[in-house]
Design a protein around this ligand. Structure first.
Ligand code: TC6
Length: 694
């Protein structure tokens, strides 16, 4: 018998316990143990019924994702579950923690399910580019109906035990000790002579085929580019239309297709990368951390307000400072409105709105910040303004307070030098809207202490963000690569492409929007200010003036003025190509003696993407990002790079670094541009026939 699953008798009930930390994933040993222990329980004359339970923090949280892509080793999970479902003794799943994926599928192979009130159950395989391939798509619709099953399988979000009880996934919700509750429930079933209950034998309601076509239509926009949600729908449809065994066969085929798909490979990569970024090389898990019990934000604008909300959401009191009373009032009103809107959508209660607002304390005085553990500055992107703020913070903040800047491009080392405690200064670069976007690019300055770096990484998780630790350079990782792409997009237009064409190519690759729609959304003035600042601070490396500067100077700032690179109708965010901008571009070409030419979509794709890959390689070479996965997580969570492509560098591997290197070298030779100079790392990997991840 396997060590990770054990069998014991508790009075007249046999207990099968899974003990495979951290999450009791259903690896080969667990699967084998589950079968062996079931057989033992069935042979045990003293056991009148069997209970399956997870030791430690959870009922199995799914198949062992690390095994996917490796040669399969029996017994297969569907066979394990089928054996449970064939048991002639009652089998009861006792659920706590998160019974997810294969874990819930095991529970669905049992006759009854008991759950702790705090437990959650779900089928999140779709988020890994998969579908529940161990009978979940066939059993769940038989239990809860096709529509409810689609919601859980295609949505992938877990539901709380009490909601699972309402729809019939869970038969009993217990408080207190789970094992005791499950044993009592099992004994009651035995005493009542309760029947065996095999989900496979339940009737499934015949559904109109429209349910499935309509469901596909309803997710088409949100799930653009993903394969798994659509396969999930097909599998549930099979549950409705086919006998159980045939449905299982169909589920298996669809699962097998997804398992080898590039989309799922990429999504599984992202799952692990998201967890790896927290494990920073050179910053061991036991690095001392500071206690952050309170925070303050400087600036009550869109960014400052959004940042403050993260702290209030996590139950951390946060002060918010502005110099002018009306700006402060406006900022607080916006925060309240955001919360009220969330409450209207039913995602939080009105009571939670008030609780969170009560944690946000407005102030006009720096002296009020003397007792906080962390301050994040979110003021105007200008070095002189930052200097004034950090000089003030250095004066008022208590020793040991962490002084963070939310700058998106400026030199964190210089900002630290405005204080007498550069070891306490760090960058915490939030992405807009700061209360929504998951990425937090934490920037470690030359003098930032290990303790401070470890604290902000830990804090990222506490406030619901994915923190990535990076080093100092202009724009850090994300914006440094973005600026190269934006400049290339402009250059493509200079040469003859039009903005809508460039945007479409990148949208089709899977970005939520193209470079120009993105700058219209962010505000064309943001990039303009950065360029102007650079022209002042570092003229040799600043970009030359182009038609986008003219747009800003003519007041075309983007969506907020209903005119940027594109035009916008009132209340509509759809970009509409603008003849005014076309004329401006034409004028720019003429003034600069540029002969416009046709530019293919392929050229746009290569130039916009390869320039980012090349920059990403330089970033790795310089140690600004520690690993390719740090770069990829930044692009996925900060800029909406499609998860199903795994990140910019993961995508580059799929193209082949030799192909990319050859093109980068060719463009470098043609243009002589420094930006296109191939990164030494790219050259090395390409010549060795390797990828970033191999
Ligand atoms: C499936 O079931 C398909 C079935 C069909 C088969 C035919 N496998 O997230 P955390 C590791 S597909 C292997 O930090 P939390 C994780 O990498 C699966 N490892 O903790 C991390 O390792 P590290 C369907 C796994 O408390 C550690 O556990 N199931 C797995 O914030 C802790 O993880 C899912 O998709 C796994 N399945 O959240 C569930 N799960 O310490 C995926 C976790 O070395 N998992 N690990 O970095 C989750 O959503 C979350 O991990 C959680 C716990 C909610 C279970």
């Amino acid at each position: 018998m396997s060590e990770v699953v054990s069998y014991r008798l508790e009075g007249d009930i046999g207990v099968i316990g899974v003990d495979y930390p951290p999450v009791n994933a259903l690896g080969q040993g667990v699967r084998e143990g589950l079968v062996n222990c079931l057989r033992q329980g069935l042979e045990d004359d003293q056991a009148k019924a069997l209970v399956v339970i997870g030791e430690g923090r959870t009922f199995p949280a799914g198949a062992d994702i690390r095994e996917f892509g490796k040669p399969p080793a029996g017994p297969a999970l569907p066979d394990v579950i089928s054996e449970y479902e064939s048991s002639d003794k009652l089998v009861i799943a006792a659920i706590h923690g998160t019974a997810l994926g294969g874990g819930l599928e095991v529970a669905l192979g049992c006759d009854y399910r008991v759950a702790l009130e705090s437990a959650k159950v779900g089928l999140p395989e779709v988020k890994l580019g998969l579908l529940p391939g161990a009978g979940g798509t066939q059993r769940l619709p038989r239990l809860v109906g096709a529509k409810a099953a689609l919601d859980m399988i295609v949505g992938g979000n877990p539901v709380k035990a009490k909601d699972a009880f309402k729809v019939g996934i869970v038969d009993e919700v217990v408080g207190g000790d789970l094992l005791e509750g499950a044993l009592a429930y099992a004994r009651k079933l035995v005493a009542d002579n309760a029947p065996l209950r095999k989900i496979r034998d339940l009737d499934v309601k015949k559904e109109d085929a429209d349910l499935f076509t309509n469901y596909e239509k309803s997710i088409a926009r949100k799930q653009r580019g993903f394969k798994a949600p659509f396969h999930c729908i097909k599998a549930v449809q099979a549950a409705v239309e086919l006998p159980f065994d045939e449905g299982m066969k169909r589920e298996r085929e669809l699962f097998a297709e997804l398992l080898v798909s590039p989309e799922s490979r990429a999504q599984r990569h992202v799952f692990f990368a998201e967890r790896e970024v927290a494990k920073v090389p050179g910053l061991p898990k036991d690095t001392a951390k500071r206690d952050v019990k309170s925070a303050a934000i400087i600036g009550a604008g869109t960014m400052g307000g959004g940042i403050a909300m993260n702290f209030a959401n996590a139950g951390i009191p946060v002060k918010i400072l502005e110099v002018k009373e009306d700006a402060l009032e406006r900022g607080i009103a916006v925060i309240r409105k955001n919360y009220e809107n969330t409450a209207k959508k039913g995602r939080i209660t009105q009571e939670q709105v008030e609780q969170r607002m009560a944690l946000i304390q407005p102030t006009l005085s720096y002296d009020d910040l003397s007792d906080v553990d962390l301050v994040i500055e979110a003021v105007f992107e200008n070095m002189d303004v930052k200097k004034a703020v950090f000089t003030e913070l250095d004066r008022v903040c208590k020793p040991g307070a962490i002084l963070a800047t939310n700058t998106s491009t400026l030199d964190v080392n210089r900002i630290a030098s405005f204080t007498k405690r550069p070891e306490d200064v760090v960058g915490m670069h939030f992405f807009s809207p700061a209360n929504v976007m998951k990425l937090l690019e934490n920037v470690r300055g030359e003098k930032t202490s290990d303790e401070v770096a470890a604290t902000v990484m830990d804090l990222s998780r506490r406030i619901g963000k994915v923190g990535v630790l990076v080093g100092v350079c202009h724009g850090f990782v994300g914006n440094r690569m973005l600026h190269k792409r934006q400049a290339e997009a402009v250059q493509l237009v200079n040469e003859g492409a039009n903005p809508a064409q460039v945007d479409k190519v990148l949208f089709d690759l899977g970005f939520p929007m193209g470079p120009f729609a993105m700058s219209d959304l962010a505000g064309m003035d943001v990039g303009y200010r950065i360029r102007e600042e650079l022209r002042k601070e570092d003229p040799d490396n600043a970009p030359p003036r182009n038609w986008t500067d003219d747009l800003v100077e003519q007041g075309r700032l983007g969506q907020k003025t209903q005119a940027g690179v594109f035009d916008y109708k009132e209340g509509d965010r759809t970009p509409v190509p603008s003849s005014e901008v076309d004329a401006l571009i034409a004028k720019f070409r003429e003034e600069n003696g540029i002969q416009s030419r046709d530019i293919s979509d392929q050229e746009i794709l290569e130039r916009c993407m390869y320039i980012m890959v090349n920059e990403g390689a330089k970033i790795l070479e310089e140690g600004i990002a520690a690993r390719p996965l740090d770069v990829d997580v930044i692009w996925i969570y900060g800029y909406g790079f499609p998860v199903y492509r795994g990140g910019v560098l993961f995508w580059a591997d799929s193209v082949g670094l030799k192909t990319i290197y050859d093109k980068v070298s060719q463009i470098h030779q043609e243009t002589g541009s420094d930006t296109w100079k191939p990164a030494a790392l790219l050259e090395k990997l390409a010549k060795e026939g390797k990828g970033f991840y191999s």
